[in-house]
Design a protein. Structure first.
Lengths: 351, 351
DNA sequence: TACTTTTGTGGGAACGCTCCCACGACACTA
DNA sequence: TAGTGTCGTGGGAGCGTTCCCACAAAAGTA
């Protein structure tokens, strides 16, 4: 069953059927409903490949998880991002293709760029959590292929992105720790070349400086955004006896909490710990984790919207959109247990 | 740049270039290398849509997350499954499309089935964690569209699947609890209509029966595969004072552990708790969680392989493949803390 | 009335491939 | 020597759309 056949059955031309299928208003009501009947009766559906070939649009968007972050892909951040992105795609009648590096062959940019992009497989692409020196970005910029970053890139002002203000959020969280009176505040960062890490570090430094404190290089350690990294980084920090630790992701914070438990150190009585992300498990950790809640699925949804807009109007100026974060205060920072129902029984998120 | 143009530049015909691109061996070495030079020089890449249209193959596979499970999509199970599936796709030079229900419009089967499948968008599909009464399954069976389940379906022997033996794994884990001498063993199940839940329940019952015990209906509660569900289910079980609880997923087990902490009950001294999945956080929970480790990314990888095989040879009989699980014993079941380095510092997985 | 414009419809020409058949050149067999 | 394969190559015919232009009929304008 194809256009031509529907046309024959409805007694009209191929063009008219095409117009009906594509909601072109220049079809009389009589003809339109006659064609629609035939389409429904025979369960006709236009062939995607033929459409793409003729229209030079695939209605497929890519979601690229770069090699550097695919190792921490099981972090709850990614499923929520994917969910938001898929939702936005669904409502715009687009599809989402997963692009990630296998690891065994590190030619992402090759396989990906060459086959998928140059082969016109995609109309556009989302790139997640990019690193500062991603070679892909340069290649894409040169090819004027539409793409949007989830997470800003400091070097290229001409690239659209959707992000949270990592710097401001980190600053407010560290300021909260300072408000408790802590002075020796350490930080555990994620991968050094990731922009989110750099921005969160910037916020940490700013908060200290505004309190008249100098950041101490010994109080900075790096994990790799996973629990094990957080655990080891915390172990490195222990000799310097910080009074509080700002950890740049919740998953690392859980590792840090474990390291402190293993060392017999009380949280928050001896060391306060705060995270970043606002993943669900933070409500059940021991103690419950104070953190920055990011609107993760909104990030994905919004990024798709910006991308679709860039595809529609290629000449528009780049969009730089920051979504709001939320300070989620629980017990790990030293705040008292709030009263009310338990988070797993009900709701207890701070405003 | 297209086939025709490459052909012109290389001084051969379109057909010959096509043969070179598709690794057809019936091309002389001289011509082959001449064509390859031109292709490289001009960075030619075949157009995906044109290929699909002519060959009736898209080289795209779908990964369907049904509505029922998309709510627990942030469970670490899914990222690992996706990772395995994408890896297998990459090495076979296929792409993976994410298909999930938005929730706001519950016409998955409509949007999905009609547009994506009937529109020949996909060569095949993976369906994850299906429920017993999934209407999609019936529809697909009737259409002889290639698909493979991740997680068996008890009703349809003619559908290929890749799964773990949930029943046997659950049975061995509950048998381990019985080996501790516990008799009042409760269970927290996932969504009732999910096949994994049913199978794990079956294993639980069998283990009890083999020990000469009758399962007590009061000792069964259901969560929804997330932490909150586990928390509430545990609360329901508390009045009946079980000595041990088999929880059908790790995430629910973390919720159950929290409920027990909130109730001031010691794990494993007063109640033993075991999970199912083997997610990384189990090593850092308080206490570390004994569980069944599933080879999750292998499940995704293997399912893609089976699917590709089904696409190649549509007449082959259905494949029913079970991957092995592993009993991961930590402290929550009552076993003594094993010596050796901490899991976050190194490795401590039981054989 | 004669003209322009709008509206609805039809058909040709791509879009860039794959697949099938044809055909000459050469090697092998009888 | 003639017949039969195999090999390498070329070209035509789709694949199922969209897009553009043509064109008749109806509606609006002078």
């Amino acid at each position: 069953m194809n256009l031509e056949e529907v046309a024959r059955l409805a007694g009209v031309s191929r063009s008219t059927v095409s117009r009906v299928v594509n909601d072109d208003r220049r079809v009389s009501d009589t003809v339109r409903s006659r064609v629609q009947d035939i389409i429904r009766q025979h369960d006709y559906h236009p062939n995607a490949a033929a459409r793409s070939l003729a229209s030079r649009r695939t209605r497929i968007l890519g979601l690229l998880i770069p090699e550097a972050v695919s190792a921490v892909f099981s972090d709850p951040f990614f499923p929520r991002l994917i969910q938001g992105a898929v939702e936005a795609c669904n409502s715009a009648d687009y599809n989402l293709l997963m692009l990630m590096d296998s690891g065994n062959e590190s030619d992402v940019s090759d396989r990906l760029y060459r086959r998928v992009i140059r082969g016109h497989h995609l109309d556009g692409m989302l790139i997640v959590s990019s690193v500062v020196d991603d070679p892909m970005i340069k290649q894409l910029l040169a090819s004027d292929f539409p793409f949007v970053l989830v997470g800003r890139h400091p070097r290229y002002q001409e690239i659209s992105f959707v992000d949270v203000d990592n710097r401001a959020a980190a600053q407010s969280l560290v300021a909260h720790l300072l408000g408790h009176g802590y002075e020796q505040i350490a930080m555990i960062g994620g991968m050094r070349n990731m922009i989110a890490t750099i921005d969160r570090y910037g916020g940490y430094v700013t908060a200290l400086q505004e309190a008249g404190l100098m950041p101490d290089p010994q109080l900075i350690a790096y994990g790799d955004f996973d629990e094990q990294g957080g655990y080891r980084a915390m172990q490195q920090l222990l000799p310097y006896q910080p009074r509080a630790v700002f950890v740049a992701s919740d998953m690392m914070a859980f590792g840090a909490l474990q390291a402190l438990r293993d060392a017999g150190i009380q949280v928050p009585e001896e060391i306060a710990v705060v995270g970043f992300d606002g993943v669900a498990q933070g409500a059940v950790s021991q103690p419950p984790l104070s953190t920055i809640s990011q609107p993760i699925s909104d990030l994905g949804r919004e990024a798709i919207r910006v991308l679709l807009d860039a595809i529609e109007r290629p000449d528009r100026s780049p969009v730089h959109r920051f979504l709001p974060t939320q300070l989620t205060i629980r017990r790990s920072c030293g705040c008292p247990e709030t009263s009310g129902p338990h988070p797993l029984g009900g709701d207890r998120r701070a405003p």
